[in-house]
Design a protein around this ligand. Structure first.
Ligand code: SF4
Length: 248
């Protein structure tokens, strides 16, 4: 039988900034208008469930993770319960998020550490959080910012990296270095919300392969825009806000 040929995934086009980054205050004003109430799209009820959901979200989508976590937390509602669950059963539940063996191992290891070393509470400092299995800076920043309101850094994922590069806020590719550049640019009080705003702009407007520059609220101040913007930035911000809020 003839074997089916695999189609190679289309690479993300390189879009190079052709000028300087937008003025910081203008950028912040537009991001605030576009995403007035930034939120984490991973369903969770507390710091531990957010920690587990964030570990599961690597190389997956929040939507997929949100279909898995209700089952996971119904079966094993506490760190102790999840830590002692049979590995194969956990693998089966998280299977559809991808890399299920590594992820099952990581969420059980992190839950065991939370239960045994931290009295059932997710640690509130970045240095301790990154010692947990499966937890790097991005996950730690999500948990600290969203669950505890602690601005230890800026959440940098693939969307934040791409948008920051296109806006000429960084020329780095490595997430830790992108985070360093963004932290130097923005005041600490803006770190949590700005990270989420850049992430949502990247997820809904500044898409990897097909950025919607015409309708982007930043288009007239973005050094990488591919098309001329339509209407005022306020109109475009409203358009993007509706899209992000699921109204568009
Ligand atoms: S104009 Fe907006 S969508 Fe286009 S590259 Fe710039 S930030 Fe991305």
């Amino acid at each position: 039988m003839a074997s089916r040929k695999k189609t190679a995934k289309k690479p993300t086009p390189t879009i190079e900034p052709k000028g300087p980054p937008p003025p910081r205050e203008q950028l912040l004003e537009r991001l605030r208008r576009t995403v007035p109430a930034p939120r984490c799209e991973l369903d969770h009820r507390d710091a531990w469930t957010l920690l587990i959901a964030t570990i599961l979200s690597a190389q997956s989508t929040d939507r997929t993770v949100n279909t898995v976590t209700p089952v996971l937390f119904a079966k094993w509602p506490t760190p102790a319960a999840l830590a002692s669950a049979p590995r194969e059963e956990v693998e089966e539940v998280v299977h559809r998020t991808g890399f299920f063996r590594n992820k099952a191992k990581a969420i059980q290891g992190a839950s065991l550490a939370v239960h045994e070393l931290h009295g059932g509470e997710v640690p509130k400092d970045l240095d301790t959080l990154v010692t947990l299995p499966g937890v790097a800076r991005k996950t730690a920043n999500v948990v600290l910012g969203v669950a505890y309101g602690i601005a230890a850094g800026i959440v940098v994922d693939t969307h934040v990296t791409r948008v920051s590069q296109r806006l000429a806020l960084t020329s780095e590719k490595n997430a830790d270095k992108v985070e360093r550049d963004l932290c130097a640019l923005f005041d600490r009080e803006d770190w949590i919300d700005t990270g989420h705003r850049l992430l949502l702009l990247g997820r809904y407007v500044c898409l990897a392969r097909n950025p919607d520059c015409q309708n982007c609220p930043l288009a007239d101040i973005c050094p990488s825009r591919l098309e001329e913007p339509l209407g005022s930035w306020q109109d475009r911000a409203e358009h993007a806000r509706r899209l992000i809020d699921g109204e568009g």
